[in-house]
Design a protein around this ligand. Structure first.
Ligand code: HEC
Ligand code: HEC
Length: 356
């Protein structure tokens, strides 16, 4: 009798353990073991620090904000930084890719300016080493703001409101391109996240996430191994990966990081974007080819896109259930969205209040 009981309990235990294992067994991730990118962990962002050669001052930040929202930096007074990095659109634009001066369409999606200050390299291919360097680019880009630095400086220098403000902030005259870039970068360093439901959860507030969002976070760090690439406070490794994203509608294949390094391993690889505030800035990826967060998760679930000649070894089918997909999306949709007023509720400076 005892023996039969023992056998029955044993069988039940084995079944129970198997059932548990079925739920949690990670799909064989052969790739993960060969890839040691760093701590598979998320967290709060560290306090923002400015580089020693561009210290933050309140005057500089305000000047940078005015420049950011000022269309007079463009050749025909129609385009500002905020045209493509609009606070109301998650600091990006409607997409899928950006349209600049005279309605010209670019080939890439506008990445978010929110928390960009935490990115070690700027642009999808990482070609700019700092926010200061980055900010000079769009002004002269023929399909973005279509201007030249010389003309832009001449325009600003005719406005006494600006000449006085630059003098007060930098202590020198005349206005230079470097000062314009420094002020804009100073402003961008204030568009950073210190608070979101996720951040409160990390600080110990168990009630900050719903149980579904907690499950989503677990999958992000576990079965989905999202945090192999989206890790740290910025939810990004700052590196470049090829997810197999195919060009849309006959577009030329985008070389991505290869254009900078000329290393074949970087062909079609793009910078890991932050997942913070992603819910605010559909569509997604460097070419805006995925419409929703669900679509992005399904791309990962399939093990990447169709253009898989140089696929990152971490892209493997995930075998997520519908519930797991929903949990991941729930985590990104609310928990990872910033509640900082400077991020969530920033308003453009009205034209009437810009320097004259
Ligand atoms: C016409 C649309 C447009 C305008 C105007 C524009 N940008 Fe961008 N921005 C983009 C696109 C598209 C990219 C990505 C380009 C690439 O990766 O090659 C980008 C990239 C960036 C990045 C890099 C973010 C990252 O994570 O890599 C920053 C920061 C940025 N822009 C700030 C600015 C600032 C500041 C201005 C104004 C001086 C500005 N942009 C004007 C479209 C625009
Ligand atoms: C191999 C590294 C890697 C892994 C693993 C990974 N990502 Fe990504 N993620 C990236 C890169 C790189 C991009 C941009 C790719 C592109 O545009 O071609 C991206 C883009 C995204 C975007 C779009 C963000 C935007 O602003 O366009 C979201 C959302 C996202 N990933 C979520 C996830 C989730 C959820 C998982 C886990 C299921 C995951 N990622 C796993 C590297 C990775």
């Amino acid at each position: 009798m005892n023996r039969i009981w023992f056998a029955a309990v044993f069988v039940m235990l084995v079944l129970a353990v198997n059932a548990l294992a079925d739920d949690n067994t990670p799909v064989p991730l052969t790739a993960v073991s060969v890839h040691s990118l760093g701590p598979e962990r998320l967290g709060n962002l560290p306090a923002m620090t400015a580089p020693p050669d561009n210290p933050q001052t309140p005057g500089k930040v305000l000047l940078g904000k005015k420049l950011y929202f000022d269309t007079r930096l463009s050749a025909d007074n129609t385009i500002s930084c905020a045209t493509c990095h609009d606070p109301a659109k998650g600091w990006s634009d409607a997409g899928p890719t950006s349209s600049g001066i005279r309605g010209q369409l670019g080939g890439r999606r506008a990445p978010p300016v929110v928390n960009a200050a935490y990115s070690p390299l700027q642009f999808w291919d990482g070609r700019a080493p700092s926010l200061e360097e980055q900010a000079k680019g769009p002004i002269q880009n023929p399909i973005e703001m279509g201007n030249t630095h010389e003309v832009m400086i001449a325009t600003l220098s005719k406005l006494t409101g600006y000449t006085e403000e630059f003098k007060a902030v930098f202590g020198t005259a005349p206005i230079t391109v470097d000062q314009v870039a420094q002020a804009i970068a100073g402003y961008e360093r204030t568009i950073v996240t210190t608070d979101s439901p996720f951040d409160r959860y990390v600080q110990g507030d168990q009630s900050a996430l719903t149980s579904q969002e907690k499950q989503g976070l677990e999958i992000f760090n576990g079965k989905g191994h999202c945090s192999s690439c989206h890790w740290g406070g910025y939810f990004s490794d700052g590196r470049f990966h090829n997810l197999g994203v195919a060009p849309v509608g006959g577009a030329k294949p985008d070389e991505g990081r290869f254009a900078v390094t000329k290393n074949v391993a970087d062909m079609g690889a793009f910078k890991t974007p932050t997942v913070r505030d992603a819910a605010k800035r559909a569509p997604y990826l460097h070419n805006g080819s995925e419409k929703t967060l669900e679509d992005v998760v399904m791309l990962y679930d399939r093990g990447g896109g169709t253009d898989n000649t140089n696929l990152d070894p971490l892209m493997v089918p995930l075998g997520l259930s519908n519930r797991e997909v929903a949990a991941l999306v729930a985590f990104m949709k609310r928990a990872a969205v910033s509640t900082n007023p400077s991020v969530a509720d920033e308003k453009p400076i009205p034209e009437s209040e810009l320097p004259k």
